[in-house]
Design a protein around this ligand. Structure first.
Ligand SMILES: Cc1cc2nc3c(=O)[nH]c(=O)nc-3n(C[C@H](O)[C@H](O)[C@H](O)COP(=O)(O)O)c2cc1C
Length: 373
């Protein structure tokens, strides 16, 4: 079963897999889907290494790259007031004290003086400093057939460069108004992402959002359904709603190829759908993530308001250095969607793709059978 986007991109199955992990991207692409590498954490030089590795492992098959360039963030425009060092000075002392108290009370040891800090990474950080370089690297890889952006319309230079080079541009949206705005600036593929989704998300459920977006921008603009899709029944439902394919994220976290801390994997396997909570506490914008001691602490009466992006992400990053160093399970969180409650084992990514396709076909046949009756 194919949809027009399969032919547009040269793929077998309309299954799109977002992952920060190149092994997952390659495995899904090699299984006939479309892997998309989340480039948020990769500065241009590192992105070059990741994309080269993917090229060497997918035998000419197509794949995508995702930038999460927000429409609004502190430090917008770049320059001296957008460096991580400067932005860190904007974090109020009260917030730092709250975090230190929280970690001290939980018995998380302080960092040793000789601790080697890694370069800070956070959504909305280094967008202007690194974006053009990331784009240039991306264009150097012929296997990349689509560039996708989240958190708002992609910057104009991204849309123009993609179109000049024959690449499709996609964008994640959480409402039909956002979809219309994206199409008006030249976006070719809309990912309609419901609130069930892992990571940054809006408030409308996938089941309600997808047909609204399809009605608003389809059929000329392909719509992919995202949020809460983990098996072939959900895929069949997405197609029934008018989507041309499914865009998935959480399901790949529990695959053998995913590069995860073991304590995070354990927490994901144990989680129910109710444990995927939507909060601003990881990045500064609402994102669905695993409930942890971190998310719960920010609900306490003595908690300050989460900071705007990327300040909250910088604060989270500092705390994560402390609790990840000792592999503390109580703080071990991750962005994840409600589908986490349906996944109880770690499988090869290829198996996930193929079982999703089989179940999609079985479900469609079952529904067709109802027509015969
Ligand atoms: C761990 C994780 C990180 C994510 N980071 C991004 C990101 O950087 N850029 C982006 O466009 N979407 C990101 N997303 C959202 C996914 O692209 C996708 O829309 C979402 O996972 C779909 O819903 P699902 O999690 O229910 O499959 C992320 C999702 C997860 C689970």
């Amino acid at each position: 079963m194919r949809t027009p986007i399969c032919d547009q991109l040269g793929i077998e199955f309309p299954i799109f897999a977002f992952s920060h992990c190149r092994d997952v991207v390659a495995a899904v692409t090699n299984a006939g889907g479309f892997g998309v590498l989340g480039a948020l954490a990769y500065e241009p030089d590192r992105l070059e290494i990741e994309l080269k590795w993917i090229d060497e492992h997918v035998n000419g098959r197509p794949y995508g790259v995702d930038f999460a360039m927000p429409a609004k963030y502190v430090g917008q425009g770049g320059g001296a007031e957008a460096t991580p060092e400067y932005l860190k000075t904007l974090i109020p002392q009260g917030h730092r004290d709250f975090v230190h108290r929280l970690l001290d009370e939980a018995g998380i040891p302080r960092l040793p003086d000789d601790f080697e800090h890694r370069a800070p990474k956070a959504a909305g950080l280094n967008v202007d400093a690194e974006g053009p370089g990331q784009m240039e690297v991306t264009l150097g890889h012929a296997g990349v057939k689509m560039v996708v952006n989240a958190l708002g319309p992609p910057p104009k230079y991204i849309v123009d460069l993609c179109h000049d080079n024959g690449l499709l541009v996609g964008a994640l949206v959480g409402s039909k108004q956002h979809a219309e705005r994206q199409v008006s600036i030249g976006v070719d593929v809309i990912v309609a992402q419901g609130t069930e989704a892992g990571g940054h998300c809006g408030e409308i459920s996938t089941f309600v959002l997808v047909p609204q977006v399809v009605d608003a921008v389809g059929p000329s603009v392909p719509v992919l359904a995202a949020g809460g899709i983990g098996d072939g029944r959900q895929m069949a439902a997405a197609m029934a709603l008018g989507a041309q394919g499914v865009w998935t994220g959480s399901v790949w976290l529990l695959t053998q190829e995913a590069d995860m801390f073991p304590e995070v994997t354990e927490n994901l396997l144990a989680a129910t759908s109710k444990d995927a909570v939507r909060a601003r506490v990881m990045t500064g914008k609402p994102a669905r993530q695993l409930r942890t001691k971190w998310t719960e602490a920010w609900d306490r009466p003595d908690a300050p308001e989460p900071l705007p992006m990327p300040l909250q992400g910088l604060l989270y990053g500092e705390a994560a250095e402390r609790f990840s160093r000792v592999h503390d399970k109580g703080f071990a969180g991750y962005p994840v969607g409600q589908i986490v409650g349906s996944i109880d084992r770690v499988r090869p990514a290829r198996d996930v793709v193929l079982s999703m396709v089989e179940e999609w076909i079985d479900t469609t046949e079952r529904l067709n059978g109802l027509m015969d009756d």
